[in-house]
Write a new protein. Structure first.
Lengths: 111, 117
């Protein structure tokens, strides 16, 4: 059992469709980050959410942190092939020295 | 002008050997990390150093020994390699150490794919 569970594990959609990726935990996190990893490369930070209920937008990507700070979601509007990659949520747990990544969502956007 | 670089990119070796992976960052960051990503893409933190001092040491076999000669470098030495050590190892850096539950943005290297035969 992982501390941060992401769903779905895999997602294959057509260009132009919308999608939502979820990151859930039974524990409270002081903050959560979302990263995107492309094949053969390291993860790149997309956003950090800190306050319960917070919503952040990054162009077509909308990130939300749950009110109880136990979950987060990433919504992509009108997905494009360039959005293809592995999406990872991550955050510190039980003190700032423990940092965990979620199980990941592999997204494939077909042209 | 690579921010976080790792060498080598690929490492293929026999069980029982000892190997090292080097990491360098030119971002002027104080904190560096080592992560292991397994075949299912699960990324797990192994170690973190802040200004050459160990601040995170997860449950990792003591065959793995990090060394930070200065704050721009964090190397990973692995003794007596085992099949289960096969993975992609990522080095990362951030401006500062974690503070009150907040982690700075981490900048990752391109990874080192280790294959143990």
């Amino acid at each position: 059992t992982q501390l941060l569970e992401q769903s779905p594990q895999f997602l294959s959609i057509q260009e132009g469709e919308n999608l939502t990726v979820y990151c859930n935990s039974s524990s409270v996190f002081s903050s959560l980050q979302w990263y995107r990893q492309e094949p053969g490369e390291g993860p790149v930070l997309l956003v950090t959410v800190v306050t319960g209920g917070e919503v952040k937008k990054l162009k077509r990507l909308t990130f939300q942190f749950g009110d109880a700070r136990k979950d987060s979601s990433l919504h992509i509007t009108a997905a494009q092939p360039g959005d293809t990659g592995l999406y990872l949520c991550a955050g510190p747990f039980r003190g700032f020295n423990k940092f965990y990544f979620g199980s990941g969502t592999k997204l494939n956007v077909k042209p | 002008d690579t921010a976080v670089s790792q060498t080598p990119k690929y490492l293929v070796t026999q069980m029982g050997n000892d190997k090292s992976i080097k990491c360098e960052q030119n971002l002027g960051h104080d904190t560096m990390y080592w992560y292991k990503q397994d075949s299912k893409k699960f990324l797990k933190i192994m170690f973190s150093y802040n200004n050459k001092e160990l601040i995170i040491n997860e449950t990792v076999p003591n065959r793995f020994s990090p060394k930070s000669p200065d704050k721009a470098h964090l190397n990973l030495h692995i003794n007596s390699l085992e099949l289960g050590d096969s993975a992609v190892y990522f080095c990362a850096s951030s401006q500062d150490m974690p503070d009150r539950g907040l982690f700075d943005e981490q900048f990752f290297g391109p990874g080192t794919r280790l294959t143990v035969l």
